[in-house]
Design a protein around this ligand. Sequence first.
Ligand code: UDP
Length: 236
Amino acid sequence: MKKLEQLYEGKAKKVFATDTPQLLIVDYKDDATAFNGEKKGTIAGKGVINNRVTNHLMKLLESKGIPTHFVEEISERETVVKRVKIILLEVIVRNIAAGSLSKRLGIPEGTKLASTVLEYCYKDDALGDPIVNDYHIVALNLATKAELEKIADYSFKINQILSDYLKDLGIELIDFKLEFGRTSDGTIVLADEISPDTCRFWDSKTGEKLDKDRFRRDMGGVEDAYKEILKRLLGE
Ligand code: UDP
């Protein structure tokens, strides 16, 4: 596999073309941003950890029947993925109230939700990723009704698989963000990353935050939290 020209540079990853048109290489950076890019910083070692954690969880999900874009990890920061057209939605799954939900609805962080909440945000930095519902999504041609049903179904299944898996490692899955894409034949697959950047992980016993909230909220111990997640998931 040859790494060719850079196609895109995002906040946390670079994407490169390869000599196979249907495959790309994702390269994870240590750069961290929050609040729609307003807060910027670096988390040493984050790229390596997010690459490895994402791939570990993508493999777990594949083994349980969820189609993903994952192909092969080729270095500690680089992974080959299927080329997809990203659906312009952030799919947020919530088990426990935190972050923007707590703020918007006045529910204290840590409150268990009576049932799982699914939210969609329109991926548009200029608009600040506004929340949208099923009707907006279909009306704006972001996804069809059938695609949205599939995305919701996968998202709930992913929540079950990840929550069960993490629970055994002493981690509570509070909430997380997913992105989906369409492959060249239109198949919906899970894309992007699943990492401490995109999930809230709380230690089951102590409630300690083991995720990007430590960076967002200037809590310190950011690198150690990411390392702890790597250790619990991959044993290193
Ligand atoms: N999230 C993310 N990217 C975003 C917004 C949210 O990965 O652009 C994740 C975030 O890490 C958390 C979940 O989605 O696990 C819910 O985030 P929330 O809506 O509470 O927003 P926040 O409080 O992070 O602004």
